[in-house]
Design a protein around this ligand. Structure first.
Ligand code: SF4
Length: 555
């Protein structure tokens, strides 16, 4: 078989398995694109799904229109599990064998990265030659020092898997199962590490993560995005980003100030990103700086308990039309179960403060289907929204205008590496009933709109999030069925309920356990038990000598 000839520069096609609009709004995707093109011996192009970029030759890159087969590497940046079928679709259209085992030396290397991959890559493992587990900044240089497109594919992957921490080659591991369907063992079949560390950058002050391209036709078309932090100290028990990016890390003010100066040259709108932006120790100084530069600031997330006067002053000045707050649950009991760390009173107070500051509209995020949720807890979402509306009206009167409250209702999906990784998810009909309760309860309230997700999509996300590699066959079958999932479930022996609706055994081996995520499984289990007993836990103290959850042991 003809081997690929070395052509001097390694060509990479970075693929976002969804639309151009979503891909180019994704800071992680933009960052990897910039990092790869900064390397002297690498040239990176982009591709997106869907059909607009699937020409008659199959999938092609945006920049040069090259087919996938002409690249050395096809790198998927995967942020959302529901994009898994799109990965297979685009691979199949490219003419490249979609199973790693069927690829030969001359085929491009198919690699994956992004949070959905390092959370649990197993449902898509057979489609990939290798995965980058962790934050890309800590792995790309090492990988490209060792990768040689002219080398025998297997030998090259063994060399990389042995020498680059964070690289996972699924075909080098064998999975065994108990008769009851749970995992019994996950072992290497090559001389590679038994477990793989998820790579994280200890100090974010060494580099910036900001928009590299401001393009039209995207969610943040005119907004220069700056990542201020990774991780979150609050320990909400459903939140994947909070646990998977532990310990919380903040960029220093001096670097963020530089970022803001760069942003100010490109746009008068700057968006600050992070799991809990308002927790940044210098958030007030950052806001003042934006004020001096006459920038309009927006925030990816605001906590109801951290709205300082300075923050409110900046929000006011930024002429923000909508403030977003995520109570997540309606009753104090559920707020305790999820360890939200705020009270209903703090939420009401935050709403009144925001409206009094002149922000006319509110967006409120809630979830249904949380562990232990009762009918009363669902009804409490309606009650909380009505109370918020009451305070909203009171604070709106002096402004002489009444805005709108949008209630965004999402179905809870248990995620790997969170205390709720053991929890069962509600079935589709239960979720529909709960959504209906909230919608009916708020239907007649003026200026309140409810948007709910579709429980059948949440069910699929629940399936992909915690599945093992056997589910890859189900994804393959669904793609052949044009993603007719009911038909697919009928035609295949695998029972999706086993993955979605089953509470896990406490001592069960999870498909993602081979990844050293940092946070101890015993800590997560303790947190799960505390949740079931409605007990709260204190936030992470952000202290390097702490050993509470285990994340700081990794150094
Ligand atoms: S070990 Fe302690 S300081 Fe470190 S992330 Fe865990 S709780 Fe936070």
């Amino acid at each position: 078989m003809v081997r690929k000839a070395w052509r001097g520069r390694i060509s990479v096609c970075l693929v976002y398995p969804n639309s151009y609009q979503l891909g180019m709004s994704n800071l992680g995707f933009q960052t990897v694109y910039a990092q790869l093109n900064q390397m002297d011996h690498v040239v990176c192009e982009r591709a997106f799904v869907p059909e607009s970029h699937l020409g008659s030759k199959g999938a092609v890159s945006i920049e040069s229109g090259k087919t996938f087969g002409e690249f050395d590497i096809i790198a998927f940046s995967v942020s959302f599990e529901n994009d898994f079928p799109n990965i297979l679709n685009i691979l199949r259209s490219s003419g490249i064998p979609w199973l790693s085992d069927h690829r030969l030396d001359f085929h491009p290397l198919i690699v994956g990265g992004g949070v959905a991959c390092f959370s649990n890559p197993e449902p898509i493992a057979p489609f990939f030659d290798l995965f980058f587990l962790g934050e890309s900044e800590g792995m790309l240089d090492e990988f490209f020092k060792l990768y040689d497109p002219a080398e025998n594919r297997h030998d090259c992957m063994v060399k990389i898997a042995r020498n680059v921490p964070g690289i996972y080659v699924p075909s080098f591991y064998k999975v065994n199962y108990h008769d009851n369907g749970t995992l019994s063992a996950f072992d290497p079949i090559e001389d590679v590490p038994k477990t793989i560390p998820k790579i994280r950058i200890k100090d974010l002050s060494d580099f910036s993560t900001t928009s590299t391209l401001l393009t039209g036709d995207t969610t943040f078309a005119d907004t220069f995005l700056i990542e201020v932090s990774r991780g979150c100290a609050h320990g909400c028990r459903f939140c994947s980003a909070g646990f998977i990016y532990r310990p919380p890390r903040f960029r220093p003010l001096i670097l963020l100030a530089e970022n803001m100066t760069t942003g100010a040259c490109l746009s008068n709108q700057v968006g600050l990103l992070g799991a809990a932006v308002s927790d940044h120790p210098d958030i007030e100084k950052l806001c003042s700086l934006a004020h001096e530069k006459n920038l309009q600031l927006s925030f990816s997330s605001l906590r109801a308990d951290s709205l300082s006067d300075e923050l409110i002053r900046v929000l006011k000045k930024s002429r923000i039309k909508t403030a977003t707050i995520a109570p997540d649950a309606g009753s104090q009991r559920m707020l305790n179960v999820i360890n939200k760390g705020i009270t209903s009173e703090q939420i009401f107070c935050a709403v009144e403060t925001l409206v009094a500051a002149g922000i006319p509209n509110l967006k409120l995020y809630f979830m249904v289907g949380l562990p232990t949720e009762t009918t009363e807890d669902v009804q409490a979402i309606v009650t909380m929204c009505k109370k918020i509306k009451h305070g909203f009206l009171k604070s709106s009167r002096p402004q002489k205008r009444i805005g709108e409250i949008t209630v965004s209702l999402n179905s809870f999906v248990p995620k790997p590496v969170t205390p709720f990784q053991w929890a069962a998810m509600d079935d589709i009909s239960t979720l529909k009933k709960k959504i209906k309760t909230v919608k009916d309860g708020l239907r007649k309230i003026p200026n309140v709109k409810v948007h709910a997700d579709m429980p059948r999509w949440a069910f699929l996300q629940g399936l992909f999030s915690r599945a093992d590699r056997r589910v890859s066959a189900l994804i393959d079958h669904a793609v052949r069925n044009q993603e007719n999932w009911p038909k697919t479930f009928k035609e295949t022996a695998l029972n999706p309920d086993f993955y979605v609706l089953r509470e896990r055994f406490e001592d069960e081996i999870f498909p993602w356990d081979f990844i050293e995520h940092g946070v101890d499984k015993s800590f997560l289990l303790k947190e799960y038990r505390r949740a079931l007993n409605e007990k709260t836990s204190p936030p992470c103290p952000i202290n390097e000598s702490c050993i509470i959850c285990g994340a700081c042991k990794m150094g």
